[in-house]
Design a protein around this ligand. Structure first.
Ligand SMILES: [Zn+2]
Length: 278
């Protein structure tokens, strides 16, 4: 069966994973539930999978007995789907969640395995609204109905004066979905250097940046290689991962730098993207 792996989960990856898990698991009774080292209760054998949600980069698998398996993949985690006796592509020791169901995969059943996710928990459905991380998430940019005005307002509210737009775009309290790839390419499309202070970005442009992020995320929900360059071959990105290569617009070599406390890579064209003063 197809493998769902991403070394760099962005919101679109989690939505694709959720769609694949829905096709395999939804409304089917659980035949196998393993959550090593996670305290009881766990979803019960025989309970059905009632709903699978992506909220930003969080994945929530709701069982019919009211329990919810919550995972966040960060940089290391991945969900795979297997037939019951198929050999796993990663060590079983790295499995954090194993959910087997009847009936999928041509009737033989399906096993969904989440490997190496740093965040795994079982929550009661009624506790979701109080969850310290989940309840703070901003609007999900993968959602076609996303409230961009609300997201733009949060961009101002959650950004202290010296915060850069490059850091703010990764803050999932402002809006969910943007990871390292999209933040670089979205800022390129708006001609903004990643270290531009949020305070120097107009309200109109803040909303426009978030609208572009939402457009790119939604254009990549169907699978295939992540693409941000309209009309270019699949997998073409404007600047992300292209350090030293020529800018697709002006030919200037793309620069890689690090930004923020987590020192994550950001790419930009020093000619096309300027740092506006606050
Ligand atoms: Zn350029």
């Amino acid at each position: 069966m197809r493998q769902y792996v991403s070394p760099m989960p962005e919101g679109d990856t989690i939505h694709r994973t959720a769609a694949a898990l829905r096709r395999a698991l939804l409304e089917r009774p659980l035949t196998r539930v393993e959550l090593p080292r996670i305290p009881l209760p766990h979803p019960a054998i025989g309970a059905t999978i009632a709903r699978i949600e992506a909220r930003g980069k969080h994945l929530l698998v709701h069982a019919s007995d009211g329990l919810v398996v919550h995972t966040h993949q960060r940089m290391t985690g991945a969900w795979h789907l297997y037939r019951p006796r198929e050999r796993w592509r990663k060590s079983p020791r790295a499995a954090r969640v194993v959910l087997g169901v009847e009936g999928g995969g041509g009737g033989a059943g399906v096993v969904a395995v989440c490997f190496a996710a740093p965040v795994v928990a079982v929550l009661a459905a009624e506790d979701l609204a109080r969850h310290p991380t989940l309840r703070r998430l901003g609007p999900d940019l993968c959602d076609p109905q996303v409230d961009l005005d609300a997201a733009a307002e949060r961009l101002g509210r959650f950004s202290p004066p010296d915060r850069t737009i490059g850091e703010a775009l990764l803050d999932q309290r402002i809006a969910c979905g943007v990871g390292n790839v999209y933040r670089s390419d979205v800022l390129f499309l708006h001609g903004l250097a990643p270290d531009t202070p949020v305070a120097a970005v107009s309200k109109h442009q803040r909303r426009a940046v978030l609208a572009t992020a939402s457009d790119l995320l939604r254009a990549n929900l169907d699978g295939g290689d992540r693409t941000t360059v309209d009309g270019a071959p699949a997998g073409s990105l404007w600047v992300y991962g292209r350090g030293g290569e020529p800018c697709r617009r002006c030919g200037t070599p793309i620069l890689r730098s690090v930004l923020g406390e987590q020192a994550r890579s950001v790419y930009h064209c020093p000619a096309c993207q300027r740092r506006a003063a606050a």
